[in-house]
Design a protein around this ligand. Sequence first.
Ligand code: 13P
Ligand code: SF4
Length: 331
Amino acid sequence: MTTIEEQVARYGYVTETIAEDIDLIAEINRLKKEKNAVILAHYYVDAEIQDLADYIGDSLGLSQQAAATEADMIIFCGVHFMGETAKILSPNKKVVIPDLNAGCSLADSAPADKFAAFKAQYPDHIVISYINCSAEIKALTDIVCTSSNALQIVNSLPKDQKIIFAPDANLGRYVSQKTGRDMVLWDGACIVHIDISREKLAELRKDNPDALLIAHPECKEDILLQSDFVSSTTGLLKFVQESDHDKFIVATEAGILHKMKQAVPHKKLIPAPGSDNNTCACSECPYMKMNTLEKVYNALYYEQPEIFVPEDIRLKAYESVARMLELSKGI
Ligand code: 13P
Ligand code: SF4
């Protein structure tokens, strides 16, 4: 028999078997109350997890919630860097994620040692990092941003301020074009958004000429240039609600369609197609999909796997995340 700690060390999550007759959703809700825990979920996790979360949102909204919550424990259903950000903001709370293997290709694209060497080449630049990065990268960053506030944050800096933007080159290029600011870009990408197939999208647009194309700024440049609207997940959700149009091709991870369908059940929402390697004919993040109801239950029950951030890194990372929150008031 393995202990819970051994299971987490070996598999990255608690593998304990759950009794078959258990009503998982009722038990999760009961445990949540008993332990004064809050469940935060990103729009990209499975619908059944979104439906039981206390708060569902984009990266900015989730950070704001993590900073503001009065719960004793945060169960973060998203990916690893989101759990880390919650711990950076709320060090005295227990932060648990259902599966430590839920990483992010963007965060992985920027190892701290390589990024530190890159940064050293541009001593007169300040570093703006997309929140999709590790705590170590946040500690090497001046201001964190998300896709909802990147334009605002860059625009808040003096015109002659030199900027390094990391780790998402597509978002960086988009922000650079929109703000007219020349930025040094780190060459990272999201495997999900860059997988959206240009050819299949062209066919889909031909078949649906009356649909607006709306895209997340992590998509490649050619997709962003032809899009009618570009924004974060929350921005896209708001757009389909507020637009007079009733048909949209949605170029981001397909999980967002759950909330969109609930918000505008009468409108037609078509997920942008991923490449042939993608079996769902849409775009799914394999990391976000590692969150399952069983893992959420075990995470809440056993309070593991817990997220820890070394205090020296946390203190530096806190500065760059807090600057972002300060500059995002009102968003
Ligand atoms: P937002 O929800 O902040 O737009 O981020 C998208 C994303 O890729 C999260 O990993
Ligand atoms: Fe990372 Fe992309 Fe998945 Fe978001 S969708 S967690 S950016 S790999």
